[in-house]
Ligand binder design. Structure first.
Ligand SMILES: NC(=O)c1ccc[n+]([C@@H]2O[C@H](COP(=O)([O-])OP(=O)(O)OC[C@H]3O[C@@H](n4cnc5c(N)ncnc54)[C@H](O)[C@@H]3O)[C@@H](O)[C@H]2O)c1
Length: 259
């Protein structure tokens, strides 16, 4: 694409160094966007950004942010804004999961999940809104939820993701005057640090078998499935889609969660 640096759109992706974040950054980069790769793990974000193939006039900027920390989010957006002068596409992908049932959840961990997974995306939108206002070029917000939001699962995680669907619908209305669309993607299960944490290979395998069994299209989600859907929602083809949840999980939103 023959685009000068100032015309090139800028995508800010949180949780950029994770399994889905990496695939999303790589895909948006391939589609010609500048990428701001945000993660609490800055060395991993730097590694990801450094591994993107060098292209003339295209820049990847790794930045640190703890999405649970309001001041940190503000500082990170300021740095991204100073570097590019615009932010067009926001992918709220970072999340934490402290598993626990309603019988044994820990209040501090519940609050941490709400701060990172739900308040973080709202604060980030609030901080990026002035850039959408200033550019007048519209924008895109893509919130990563989970098929769990309909199927159920660990209560704090499901509450965050269902909350993020609510936020998606609310922000779609609030940001529409700025021609900013807001949509959510609900992936199915895939192996990542997120899903493997606290599980051994055998218990993940068992869960994966259950998930495939309850998935009409009979496989797990791949990072490329999610990156492709993100690219579509960021593209001109999706300009008139807002307030939607796209389930990218082979139809498993139709079925109860397989264990
Ligand atoms: N893996 C799955 O099966 C699955 C299924 C449905 C939805 N999701 C969602 O997809 C998204 C990405 O998950 P993943 O599987 O790629 O996980 P992952 O663990 O591979 O990546 C998560 C990334 O978020 C970063 N992160 C964690 N806490 C952070 C914080 N406070 N601030 C900033 N960054 C932080 C981590 O460093 C990591 O790079 C999450 O929102 C998750 O809920 C995942």
């Amino acid at each position: 694409m023959n685009t000068s640096p100032s015309e090139r759109r800028v995508a800010l992706v949180t949780g950029a160094a994770g399994e889905l974040g990496r695939a999303i950054c790589q895909r948006l980069w391939r589609d010609g966007l500048h990428v701001v790769a945000v993660d609490i793990d800055l060395p991993a974000a730097r590694q990801l950004a450094g591994a993107l193939p060098a292209l003339p006039g295209q820049r990847a900027l790794p930045l640190y942010a703890d999405m649970g920390d309001a001041a940190c989010i503000a500082a990170m957006v300021e740095e991204a804004g100073a570097a590019f002068g615009r932010i067009d596409v926001l992918v709220n992908n970072a999340a934490v999961n402290h598993r626990g049932s309603i019988f044994d959840f820990d209040a501090a961990r519940w609050d941490h999940m709400m701060a990172v997974n739900l308040r973080g995306p709202a604060l980030l939108c609030q901080r990026v809104a002035p850039y959408w206002k200033a550019s007048g070029a519209g924008g895109r917000v893509i919130n990563m939820v989970s098929r769990c939001w309909v199927a159920g699962g660990p209560p704090a995680y499901v509450a965050c993701k269902a909350g993020l669907v609510g936020l998606t619908r609310s922000m779609a209305r609030e940001l529409a005057p700025l021609q900013v669309t807001v949509n959510a993607i609900a992936p199915g299960l895939l192996p990542s640090a997120f899903t493997l944490d606290g599980r051994d290979a055998a218990s993940f395998e068992l869960m994966a078998e259950g998930s495939i069994a309850s998935t009409p299209l009979k496989r797990l989600t791949t990072p490329e499935d999610i990156a492709g859907t993100t690219a579509f929602l960021a593209s001109p083809d999706a300009a008139f889609i807002t307030a939607e949840v796209i389930h990218v999980c082979g139809g498993s939103q139709l079925a109860p969660f397989g264990r």
